[in-house]
Design a protein around this ligand. Structure first.
Ligand code: 4GW
Ligand code: MN
Length: 305
């Protein structure tokens, strides 16, 4: 049993955020928000528009000449999402920084040619497909851990691992980068812990007890340094394999395992739902930007083939 499991992980979100008296605020404090949680109890910032200064952050990361890897899987028919994904990433993702797009696919010849700005490259990685969609989704953990140690560690500082059925709609920059980051699920950021859809069966490695859990994270975008992503994806893959041997599959596949991992290995930064939004959820007032948006899928045409 993991030693950390013994530490109680229980806390309640404050219901109200009170800003200090305006007279006490320094000028720099215009980078704050009073309507959202900006910091976790373990001092990880939660990234919302209006909480950071991108000029300062861009300068810091430029000084380090950081290269960012953006990993995406396009297996079988999901190659159709690549064109919009890449074109919008060229406009909004890590503008002014070095970027490697790592495209995992079983159809390398169907990867579209997209014009890239300087310092940006596409790397196509041919991988196998699996008959079950759950397996396609979950095996991402295995492939990410394998390629992290084989390749990514030599080529990039940070990895950002995302779904492909997405488009960039506003800036997604170095403000997201940190040792280990996760993203608040857009359907649960305002929800109570009891309603989080963690795996609740103790027989699964992804099991989370009902009185534990900080947030419900979405698996469609997470990342960190190559080393941290390697550790996360390796552990999630191993847990998925233990479940498989025991004849159980977590309720939300790798997302359940990711949530379990983040409970006991707290992210050092958390992205607000600005970084994973779906317009089916409307446009709440607290959402100042919709940076990364789910693309509507024709499920019948795109899946199971
Ligand atoms: C049902 O038939 C399928 S196929 C569900 C997912 C499928 C799938 C997913 C696929 O055929 N090919 C593929 O590359 N994927 C990758 O897994 C792709 O990167 C996709 O974004 C990710 C997660 O699947 P999803 O985006 O369909 O999941 P949701 O609906 O939760 O966004
Ligand atoms: Mn998706």
């Amino acid at each position: 049993m993991h030693a950390l499991r013994k530490i109680p992980m229980r806390w309640e979100k404050p219901t109200e955020h009170v800003c200090p008296d305006q007279a006490l605020l320094l000028k720099i404090s215009d980078q704050r928000r009073c309507d959202v949680l900006m910091m976790t109890p373990w001092f990880a910032p939660i990234v919302w528009e209006g909480t950071y200064n991108s000029e300062i952050l861009n300068e810091q990361f430029r000084q380090r000449n950081v290269t960012v890897g953006l990993t995406v899987f396009a297996i079988k028919k999901y190659v159709v999402f690549l064109k919009t994904f890449l074109e919008t990433a060229e406009t909004y993702f890590m503008v002014g920084h070095r970027v490697n797009y790592y495209i995992f696919t079983d159809r390398p010849e169907e990867v579209p040619k997209v014009a890239l700005k300087e310092g940006r490259n596409v790397v196509v990685l041919q991988v196998q497909n699996y008959p079950r969609w759950q397996e396609i989704s979950m095996r991402r953990m295995e492939m990410l851990s394998y390629f992290s140690q084989q390749r990514f560690v030599n080529e990039v500082s940070y990895l950002v691992c995302v779904d492909v059925d997405m488009k960039f709609n506003d800036q997604v920059g170095v403000e997201i980068l940190s040792d280990l980051f996760g993203t608040l699920h857009p359907g649960f950021y305002a929800a109570e812990r009891q309603s989080f859809t963690y795996e609740r069966r103790p027989a699964s490695q992804a099991y989370v007890p009902s009185d534990e859990g900080d947030f419900y994270y979405m698996a469609s975008i997470f990342g960190g340094t190559v080393m941290e992503v390697y550790k996360l994806t390796k552990q999630c893959h191993e847990a998925i394999m233990v479940d498989k041997a025991n004849g159980i599959e977590a309720i939300w596949q790798e997302e359940s395992h990711l949530n379990k991992y983040f409970l006991y290995h707290k992210p050092t930064k958390i992205l607000s739902p600005e970084y994973m939004w779906d317009d089916n959820l409307g446009r709440p007032e607290i959402l100042k930007k919709r940076r990364f948006l789910a693309v509507r899928k024709n499920h019948a045409a795109i899946r199971n083939k």
